[in-house]
Design a protein around this ligand. Structure first.
Ligand SMILES: Nc1nc2c(ncn2[C@@H]2O[C@H](COP(=O)(O)OP(=O)(O)OP(=O)(O)O)[C@@H](O)[C@H]2O)c(=O)[nH]1
Ligand SMILES: [Mg+2]
Length: 227
């Protein structure tokens, strides 16, 4: 088999598994976010801050992906939120079959929101559909205003881009206006929120957007049930 056929087969197998995951999520009535970023941009910090704001109103479950350790799922469980850790060993992204295996032992029954925190990597995770509703990307502003253009795929395929660590802007030499312009050029339809998990600045915009999205989706699910 040539390389093109192997890649095509891998993509098709992933699409099939993502489709099956979708059915499980639909049955559970969950909205699913694939949370992606380069290592250390602040995915778990965003998740912790988000859970603190929405947990009273919405039931959350979390699937964590890392090469090694249960550090991130431990952080989420410490908040009283159910979390399951996938450790990928040497694989630099989650794929739909890994998530299917997790769902077999960690069904998100009754969760309004399931967040899948992907492996920290700015490239490969964006190539694999996990069966999610929404892609949310976290980008650490200190990494530079040019990154949306140099690593466009994750920016391009995300519904939301959270520009995190804006508290560090004064020390970084990065111009937020230039970064915003580059994100919009790569993906004009993304909702973009400059935030700081450290100070809480800008978080209300993201939380408002997410809350609205979850309410709209649960209304739609109710009206589908009635018809
Ligand atoms: N100054 C500052 N630091 C932050 C902010 N958000 C997160 N951090 C710090 O950035 C580091 C990485 O944060 P994490 O939330 O673990 O990042 P992550 O993307 O989940 O990391 P991986 O899962 O390992 O890829 C930690 O030391 C956080 O405290 C922020 O808004 N400002
Ligand atoms: Mg993390």
């Amino acid at each position: 088999m040539d390389r093109v056929s192997v890649v095509t087969d891998i993509r098709q197998a992933n699409q099939n598994a993502a489709h099956e995951n979708r059915k499980v999520f639909d049955k559970c009535g969950s909205c699913v976010i694939n949370l992606m970023s380069a290592p250390g941009a602040g995915k778990t910090s965003v998740l912790e801050a988000t859970i603190r704001e929405i947990a009273p109103s919405f039931k959350v479950a979390v699937i964590e992906g890392d090469l090694e350790t249960t550090f991130d799922s431990d952080r989420i469980r410490a908040m009283g939120v159910p979390a399951h850790q996938i450790t990928t060993g040497s694989v630099c992204h989650l794929d739909a079959r890994m998530v299917a295996k997790a769902l077999a032992v960690f069904p998100p029954d009754g969760a309004d929101l399931v967040v899948i925190e992907n492996v920290g990597n700015l490239v490969c995770p964006a190539e694999f559909n996990l069966g999610e509703d929404l892609r949310v990307m976290v980008f650490s502003v200190v990494e530079g205003a040019d990154k949306p253009k140099k690593y466009p795929l994750m920016f391009h395929t995300s519904d939301v881009v959270l520009l995190n660590k804006i508290d560090l802007l004064p020390y970084s030499g990065v111009a937020l206006s230039e970064l915003l312009r580059n994100v919009v050029e790569v993906n004009p339809r993304a909702a973009i929120f400059p935030i700081s998990c450290r100070t809480g600045e800008g978080m209300e915009g993201w939380i408002g957007w997410l809350t609205q999205e979850l309410k709209t989706r649960s209304r739609q699910a109710l009206s589908t049930l009635k018809t």
